[in-house]
Design a protein around this ligand. Structure first.
Ligand code: SF4
Length: 82
């Protein structure tokens, strides 16, 4: 699959020029799941997670977001592509 993820969150560790996400995988969840689960629960564990619904796009979030420069980028084991 030749997939491109576009993102405008430029203070994320995985953001790159041209508003592209450079993470090799991301996990989108409900806001509630994202708020309640630790950072280590992320895309690398996706197959083990239970699917769930969301009512609107406003109720979803990118759980792979890591604040640029925070030093937390290795917690989720997601790779940043060059
Ligand atoms: S990990 Fe999520 S927030 Fe960060 S650049 Fe990719 S899509 Fe955007």
């Amino acid at each position: 699959m030749n997939q491109h993820i576009h993102c405008i969150i430029n203070n994320c560790h995985y953001w790159s020029q041209g508003n592209k996400c450079a993470a090799n995988e991301i996990l989108v969840t409900s806001d509630e799941f994202g708020a309640n689960q630790p950072d280590r629960i992320d895309a690398t564990m996706a197959k083990q997670l239970t699917p769930q619904p969301a009512e609107t796009c406003m109720a979803t979030c990118c759980k792979t977001f890591v604040l640029k420069g925070s030093g937390d980028a290795n917690v989720d084991r997601v790779q940043k592509m060059s």
